[in-house]
Design a protein around this ligand. Sequence first.
Ligand code: TRP
Length: 435
Amino acid sequence: MTERVLTGITTTGTPHLGNYVGAIRPAIAASREAGVESFFFLADYHALIKCDDPARIERSRIEIAASWLAAGLDPERVTFYRQSDIPETTELTWLLTCVTAKGQMNRAHAYKASVDANEAAGEEPDAGITMGLFSYPILMAADILLFNAHRVPVGRDQVQHIEMARDVAQRFNHVFGAGKDLFVLPQAEIEETVATLPGLDGRKMSKSYDNTVPLFQGGPKALKDAVARIVTDSRLPGEPKDPEGAHLVTIHDAFANDAQRASFHADLRAGLAWGEAKQRVVDLIEAHVGPMREKYEHLMAHPEQIEEILLLGARKARAVATPFLAELRNAVGLRKMVAVAAPKAQAAQASKAAVPVFKQYREADGQFYFKLTTADGGVLLQSQAFAEGREAGTWVKRFKQEGVQALAGAPVALAAGVAQADVEAALAALLAAQE
Ligand code: TRP
């Protein structure tokens, strides 16, 4: 069976070199493996949670789509789409919301971090926190479960969200599956082999630290300028340098083959100047990224081509999502009205089966008795003893013909704990069932 691999990219920023090495490149490589079916999407609904600047949302969607396509994502091979083109995602979000415990959402790291920040600042705990942020993990669960993804490659910070998706899936399966698993339980996949790329200052490359090297934006000049700002130690040209722990080297190695790596390390130990080393890093990255940048720039100049690719992706995605959502709607009871005919017939059957019964019998004492029981055997009415079976039979016959009316003066007693009204209802049901 082919494995479904799915991941979303929140469309708030412009991809940098760290995104390329840490996410784009390994994801595209994985999508080329045999036996996997990949779903990649622009998580633009998630972007709305973090960003209320429409121009930035618009631009980031284009830049990210262009970056992935330029980096070699093959839209024929993978399903590449925008989250917001799949209305089934928001529909499923609601179905999942209705089985998600609020307490579990209270424990989501992203939400808790915002609450902690508010409390540290002396604010109300929920100050500035939208329902979008609070429900973020449910939207993400819908992204994943809608396509029954087996594996979800994510950063470490997203692992809790995948666990929440599993929990919600399990609960939904339990409540609505009727013994069948509607959802596959997804597995988070963290790329252990992919190093997080350090930024200019050696901390993780991240927009929030403002220490990034652009991937395509700004052309070769922006790349060169950024690399020039990478912090190194102050060893002079000719002085031996330690390649271990120099983040310029880590960045270099992320693009180098074994031979290039070995010679770069050896040259640094032999005293290569940092300035020259940086030029080699620029050349190496440019050799890798330059051809992609051409494609990127072409796409940026022709967003209508990206639009077309994404709409095609949405069509592929919806070919999976639409029938599946119909199944889910049916599972929760949102069904075509004609279907209620069946439950009604069942109810009639059920009430027939639930009709109370009279039983005649003889005890060890040799006397004859009868009793009225519910369909499942609970005693409602107990007769006194009769010397002749015939007498018992006559009473039973009367009850069956007259129902409640036969009760007055009959040689019977209510069973312990049974109310007169229950017996009357049972006799009425018995009468009705004979009609
Ligand atoms: N929340 C993820 C992030 O910020 C992006 C995302 C949205 C995602 N939906 C997803 C990732 C579904 C994997 C699967 O990185």
